[in-house]
Design a binder for this molecule. Structure first.
Ligand code: HEM
Ligand code: HEM
Length: 184
């Protein structure tokens, strides 16, 4: 259970697993986008797809966990507009961990390509559904760029908590017990 002064190991573990997983996958995708077609691109694509589906499994677990726990309550006051932006950003980041792998999957499946998940199992294709492919491609491309912007905003917020508010927000996401400065 998450507590105001101490977050659960589940929240902390899933946050960092998905944070580094998502940042890694975004960089991976951008590198792939610039690669010429060929065997090495195809080999890397296999990893991009398989690891992306693995990220989706953890993201669904995390979504379920957040639905039961709610988001962690703030440790200090900030102007209402900043709290609003922080809350919306958390939602967007959470949804991004879902819509990126789902749109990636739909992109492949709607081009009649099966997705082999790290050699463990295969997701069968839908056939050729051009409109679905195009929507999924747009979400994967544009969504990825918006997500990068949201992550930058999120990290700026984390640095502000650490350097300006000095309220223990980072320490709490590192799993440590902190002393909230304001009432719940
Ligand atoms: C290295 C970069 C990152 C840092 C330093 C960081 C830091 C933090 C901190 C300190 C919190 C707690 C906020 C609070 O107590 O109100 C938090 C929450 C959160 N972060 Fe990050 N974060 C990073 C990257 C990411 C990424 C890449 C994602 C998702 C794509 C993400 C998604 C979230 C979400 C959804 C929350 C709300 C609580 C939860 O669901 O775990 N973060 N982050
Ligand atoms: C955590 C999940 C994922 C993230 C963050 C991610 C991110 C990205 C990014 C940033 C790009 C380049 C942008 C663009 O296409 O315009 C990309 C390309 C791509 N991704 Fe993903 N991806 C994820 C999962 C997946 C999955 C699960 C699949 C398929 C099963 C997939 C399939 C593709 C394909 C086919 C491309 C196009 C590569 C090319 O340019 O030829 N992605 N991804």
């Amino acid at each position: 259970m998450d507590q105001r002064d101490k977050l659960s190991g589940m929240t902390v573990g899933l946050h960092w697993l998905l944070a580094f997983g998502m940042i890694g996958m975004l960089v991976f995708g951008l590198v792939l986008e610039d690669m010429p077609k060929g065997d090495s691109k195809a080999a890397l694509m296999w990893w991009h797809k398989g690891l992306g589906v693995a990220v989706l499994a953890f993201a669904l677990w995390r979504l379920g966990w957040r639905m039961t726990q709610g988001f962690p309550a703030a440790l200090s006051h900030a102007p209402a507009w900043q709290e609003k932006i922080a809350g919306l950003t958390h939602w967007f980041l959470l949804l991004g961990t879902l819509f990126m792998p789902i749109s990636g999957l739909l992109m492949s499946l709607s081009r009649n390509r099966a997705v082999d998940v790290l050699g463990l199992f295969t997701i069968p294709p839908f056939g050729e559904i051009e409109v679905l492919h195009e929507v999924a491609e747009a979400v994967h491309g544009l969504g990825g760029k918006l997500l990068i912007a949201a992550i930058i905003l999120h990290v700026v917020g984390a640095v502000k908590h650490e350097a300006v508010d000095k309220d223990g927000t980072m320490a709490r996401m590192a799993g440590r017990r902190v002393e909230p400065r304001i009432e719940a």
